[in-house]
Ligand binder design. Structure first.
Ligand code: ADP
Length: 802
């Protein structure tokens, strides 16, 4: 406002004191009016203006011709092309035009220097341009502490605004620092900030500098709030954009590398494949929903993330499992019979049961519940191979899983997916291998299922085998129900003793008691030898095993209920032949009993045959063991002592109780037995079971222990050709036992001549092969009194042979 050269009023006021604001207040000067659209020009500021309207051009031209300042005043309504005085605000800024740049189309860019606020008093002319009388209102201020504080506050706010708003010129803050008057500072900041026109005009119309600063600070503060918010949003958006851009960039790079390597993009093609596989799969709706949900999750996860891998594996399981695929059962009975006979010798009961099942299935295919069979018998008795044949006869897929040593429920039911490396349990894993929902599923060694603290695998197994529940079998990993109701389950066990009644209740037990020598001979001739010859590639060399050789292998190289070792020994011989043939050496066409030693070495079976001598205090028991039946010698020695009972060797807890019972019986019957002279308090009794496999059924050794004890006390030998089985009560009654067939066969194998059996077991004689019944004398005993006359060598026969 230091320049006053233009302050020549048309109404003649040249001699005014220009430096006195008060003096100017009441002086009305006449100015050409320059209406502005959307622009407010502030005092002191240089503003570029675009002049487009003809009337405005005329105003400027007139003012420049007279070298006269004009008043820039903003229109209320921007749309008015030719605003009337009412369309203009009443407060404007006195300006001088510093520079004009005429443009070819008649418009111009001008640079206007603002000087002072003016208030328009009245209009004096409207044509050809507006003229008005106005009064100058220069800032009037007193520097107080509060204006100083206000100035600082405005400066601080403004500094932040400049910092945050990239559109504001960086040196604006420096300029503001240099504005040392409050009004000037306010005008400077107001002209730089991008407030809307109303707000700018309001600031222009605020004559009091302090008040102007106050208003400005409010405006700045709210602007700052907005800017900060905007900035926050902006940086968040930027972060997201950066992240996704980075990912996009990396993915593009990967794609480019894969293209270079000639590989397809695994992520998209993999997901596409999975989607197609889920669509093609016959999974039920509930499973499909789950699969789609997981797939959706997978799509949102970076391909290389570990979680992606977990979901992929899970979806892989869902897709690979059979959900609806069934194989059609072949119910042709003649076909089934021919397959069962072609693959197996004997096993009449098992085969009959299967044929019955197929017959019922043929007549009532839908109604029938598939039975759960439990094949029980020693190893190598054809349980697994018969299972396979049944599957073949029915035309079902065959799968098998061993439960031996399974301790953890999770092995059957799987681990939840939250575990690292979780997988479905063995049932679901095996179902995937089966490829259909109705396979023949063999659960081997269910008697070897172990129990411990990690959940109860047996109860999981119960659920698998429960027709009421197994259509919704819950595997922890799968997390969706799986239908096992169409599966035909066959379980196998060596013995039934460890099985819980609940489990046994679900199953129909079929015994595989083991084979007698004649049966083994037939099995070897018809199945084992041809198969081994074939498998060893020695078929065309005319190899033949004589019956004598086979029998010798059975008797002297194997001692088993099944034929597993027999097959192994035959395989050994075939291996030796194969080597000879490969070396170009001649092979004997006939393998006879006498040539066996050359291939198999000296005979292996020396133990477990009946004792050579009739001995005092040694009785032969027959027991059921893991490998079928076995004989076991029980020895008793009497020594001077203090009435102790000593038990050693293969004695289980139950067998120890039997020993106690036998002793009590003997003491109670001492007189009758002829041992009344024995003072039990002065002797020690030592009972020992020397060798052989651990018997599974402890109590059945009762009468054997009693016999050995009485023999020792009476000093009378036991007949070495007599074997026995039976539980003893304190009163000397003989109670029935289990596994008679296994025991009878073991007795027969061991070469015993007489077999003492509880009378109550007479009903089981139907299971004993006729050959065994013929060659082994069965004596049925009800009381211990029946045992002793047969088992003990008669006094006049003593000493026995050898
Ligand atoms: P398990 O499952 O009872 O232990 P396997 O089924 O594995 O016994 O049988 C062992 C071997 O003996 C197999 O090679 C099987 O073919 C053969 N085998 C067993 N019993 C018979 C039989 N009755 N007829 C033909 N082969 C048999």
């Amino acid at each position: 406002m230091k320049t006053n050269k233009h302050r020549v009023s048309p109404s003649g006021a040249e001699d005014l004191d220009w430096d006195s604001a008060d003096a100017l207040q009441d002086v009305y000067l006449e100015y050409p009016i320059l209406p502005l659209r959307e622009v407010v020009v502030f005092p002191h500021m240089v503003s570029p203006l675009f002049i487009g309207r003809e009337r405005s051009m005329r105003t400027i031209e007139a003012a420049s011709a007279l070298d006269h300042p004009l008043i820039a005043v903003t229109q209320r309504d921007f749309d008015k092309e030719n605003p009337t005085p009412e369309d203009l605000y009443a407060v404007g800024t006195e300006i001088t035009i510093e520079r004009i740049l005429h443009l070819p189309d008649g418009t111009a860019n001008v640079l206007a220097q603002g000087h002072s606020r003016v208030r328009i008093v009245d209009f004096t002319q409207t044509h050809p341009y507006l003229m008005a009388r106005a009064t100058l209102t220069p800032d009037d201020f007193e520097e107080t502490l509060s204006t100083k504080a206000l100035m600082r506050a405005v400066l601080a706010l403004f500094e932040k605004c400049v910092e945050l708003n990239e559109d504001l010129p960086e040196d604006a803050y420096i300029a503001a620092l240099n504005a040392d008057e409050p009004g000037w500072l306010a005008d400077l900041v107001a002209s730089i900030m991008e407030f809307d026109v109303e707000k700018r005009q309001e600031l222009l119309e605020t004559f009091d500098p302090t008040e102007r600063l106050e208003r400005l600070s409010i405006l700045l503060a709210s602007e700052l709030d907005l800017l900060e918010l905007e900035n926050k949003i902006h940086s968040r958006v930027q972060e997201e954009v950066d992240k996704s851009q980075r990912e996009f960039f990396l993915r593009e790079q990967m794609r480019a590398i894969q293209n270079e390597l000639g590989e397809t993009d695994p992520t998209t093609s993999d997901l596409k494949d999975l989607r197609a596989q889920i669509a093609d799969s016959a999974m039920p709706d509930i499973v499909r929903k789950k699969a789609e949900k997981e797939l959706h999750r997978l799509e949102g996860i970076p391909p290389a993330s570990p979680e992606g891998g977990i979901i992929r594996t899970y979806l892989g399981w869902l897709v690979d499992l059979p959900w609806a695929k069934t194989t059609e059962d072949n119910t042709d009975i003649a076909h089934a019979i021919s397959i069962l006979h072609a693959n197996h010798f004997g096993l009449r009961k098992a085969k009959e049961r299967i044929v019955e099942h197929i017959a019922v299935r043929k007549l009532a295919p839908e109604k029938m519940r598939t039975p759960i069979l439990c094949f029980v018998g020693p190893p190598g008795t054809g349980k697994t191979s018969l299972g396979r044949s049944i599957a073949q006869a029915l035309g079902r897929n065959f799968v098998r899983v061993s439960l031996g040593g399974v301790r953890d429920e999770a092995e059957i039911r799987g681990h939840r997916r939250t575990y690292i490396g979780a997988l479905p349990g063995r049932i679901i894993q095996t179902m995937r291998d089966a490829g259909s929902i109705n396979p023949l599923f063999m659960l081997d060694e269910i008697d070897k299922l172990a129990y411990d603290f990690r959940g109860d695998p047996a109860s999981a197994l119960l659920e698998v085998l429960d027709p009421e529940q197994n259509n919704n079998f819950a595997d922890h990993y799968l997390d969706v129900p799986y239908d096992l109701s169409k599966v035909m389950f066959i379980t196998t066990a060596n013995t039934l003793y460890p099985l819980s009644p609940a489990l046994l209740d679900r199953m129909e037990v079929i015994d595989f008691p083991g084979y007698i020598e004649e049966e083994k001979l037939q099995i070897a001739k018809r199945f084992l030898i041809p198969r081994q010859i074939e498998e060893h590639g020695v078929r065309d060399h005319g190899i033949h095993f004589s019956d004598g050789a086979i029998n010798k292998i059975i008797r002297e190289y194997t001692l088993e209920a099944g034929v597993r070792n027999l097959e192994r020994e035959i395989a050994r011989i075939c291996r030796k032949f194969a080597r000879k043939i490969a070396e170009g050496k001649p092979v004997p066409h006939h393998t006879t009993a006498s040539s066996l030693g050359r291939y198999l070495g000296p005979s292996k079976v020396t133990h477990l045959v009946a004792e050579d001598h009739n001995e005092i205090g040694v009785a032969t028991g027959v027991a059921v063991t893991e490998s079928g039946g076995d004989i076991l010698s029980i020895e008793v020695t009497i020594m001077e002592g203090k009435g102790n009972l000593l038990l050693t060797g293969q004695l289980g807890e139950i067998m120890q109780e039997s020993a106690q019972a036998a002793l009590s019986y003997t003491r109670a019957r001492a007189e009758k037995l002829g041992i009344a002279n024995v003072d039990f308090d002065k002797i020690d009794i030592h009972i020992h079971v020397p060798e052989g496999a651990v018997p599974k059924d402890g109590p059945s050794a009762g009468i054997t222990i009693a016999t050995a004890l009485i023999s020792a006390l009476l000093d009378r030998p036991v007949n070495r050709e007599v074997g026995m089985t039976g539980e003893i009560t304190l009163r000397g009654r003989v109670l029935p036992i289990g596994g008679l067939r296994q025991k009878a066969m073991a007795a027969y194998r061991a070469g015993l001549k007489t077999f003492l059996v509880p009378t109550k077991n007479r009903k089981d004689m139907v299971d004993i092969p006729r050959k065994v019944q013929r060659d082994l004398k069965f004596v049925f005993v009800e009381r211990m009194d029946d045992v002793l006359p047969v088992a003990l060598v008669q006094a006049d026969n003593h000493p026995a042979t050898n």
